[in-house]
Design a protein around this ligand. Structure first.
Ligand SMILES: CSC[C@H]1O[C@H](OP(=O)(O)O)[C@H](O)[C@@H]1O
Length: 345
């Protein structure tokens, strides 16, 4: 399991992360010691995935504090630099959550903030393992099958989290139990998180899978080739509406038509009780050329303009289960404006 993010104290204090834009061809490690480098890594998706963004948000405050010491930033400048990390991507609630979780410790110094960041990472990692068990239990009970065929979208493994993954964590748990027959991994245009990253992780873990184009996912479901769809999340609102990688809602619609479960898996740090519904979620609009070109080669005519929302919102009534480490809720069958608050603990 290759971790997305780690903190190193030597040879100098730094965030070390694997550059996910280089996978699967090359495993290149980035050593991040400045806010500029971290914001660039987040915005280019060198580091990505909601829980991993929570970790780099928290560790990014440590980087900013150390840079403030060396560059003589005053409090206002430090706050503005921390805000740059917090605002580097808008949709995943985890990035802001990670920054906000450690920010109150700034007056107590670098060691205190780093301790808070490390605690956050450990908690989220433990959450991965618990939700993986709960999710596997729920899916096997709901399908009544001994082995299940799964479709998943984007990447939700160790590369996207602080441990072994969310939706991927459930897949891994099913595999460990001998209850996984096949995984259909959506390639996930335009940046191919599925084809490049999920397939890389499944291969490393020895899990049988195929990679399919995003446009095949609905027919794979309607043809009865899978028993359940499992996806991650970037922001889950109080009523269960869920923002996730663009293409997710198509799977939910097909699952409803096919009568199979559509499952969202996320640590509770991805739940945003302060946002009532998905209508209020800001959807990141990325560079249009990610759609009209690939690998540095233009694929659409020069006059073509790309439309590139990075996420979509699945309405709660299409979601069979939201699986977190604090429990499972079933938005489609128990709709409620404060559904997720019921398991907030
Ligand atoms: C474990 S949640 C990962 C979540 O984040 C991904 O988005 P991105 O690759 O743009 O950071 C995608 O929505 C995944 O479901």
């Amino acid at each position: 399991m290759v971790l997305a993010v780690e903190w190193l104290d030597s040879p100098r204090p730094m965030i070390r992360l694997i550059d996910q834009t280089r996978l699967p061809e090359a495993e290149v490690m980035l050593e991040v010691t400045t806010v500029d480098a971290l914001v660039d890594a987040i915005s280019t998706l060198a580091v990505r995935g909601a829980p991993a963004l929570g970790a780099v948000g928290a560790l990014g405050v440590v980087v900013a504090m150390l840079q403030a010491e060396t560059e003589g930033w005053d409090e206002a400048t430090l706050a503005a630099q921390v805000d740059r990390v917090r605002d580097a991507r808008p949709t995943a609630v985890n990035l802001a959550w990670g920054v906000d979780r450690v920010r109150p410790a700034i007056p107590m110094g670098v060691a205190a903030v780093l301790a808070e960041a490390r605690a956050l990472i450990a908690e989220d990692g433990a959450a991965n393992r618990e939700l993986s068990r709960l999710g596997a239990d729920w899916i096997l009970a709901r399908t009544g099958k001994e082995r299940v065929r799964v479709v998943t979208h984007c990447n939700t493994g160790a590369l996207a989290t602080t441990a072994w993954g969310t939706a991927y964590g459930i897949i891994h748990e099913l595999h460990d139990r001998g209850a996984l027959e096949m995984v259909y991994a959506d390639e996930t245009r335009p940046l191919l998180q599925g084809a490049r990253l999920t397939s890389w992780e499944l291969t490393q873990d020895g899990i049988d899978h195929v990679v399919q184009v995003d446009g095949a996912a609905s027919s794979t479901i309607l043809r009865g080739l899978v028993d359940v769809a499992i996806i991650g999340a970037d922001r889950i609102t109080a009523n269960g509406d869920t923002a996730n990688k663009v293409g997710s809602v198509a799977l939910a619609l097909a699952c409803r038509r096919a009568g199979i479960p559509f499952v969202v898996a996320a640590p509770f740090s991805t739940v945003d009780l302060g946002t009532p519904t998905g209508a209020e979620i800001v959807i990141e609009e990325r560079d249009p050329t990610e759609v009209t070109a690939f690998g540095g080669r233009r694929t659409a005519p020069p006059e073509a303009i790309g439309f590139n929302p990075a996420f979509d919102v699945t309405p709660h009534d299409l979601i069979s289960a939201v699986v977190t480490e604090r429990g499972v809720v079933e938005p489609a069958t128990t709709p409620h404006p404060e559904l997720l608050a019921r398991i907030a603990g």
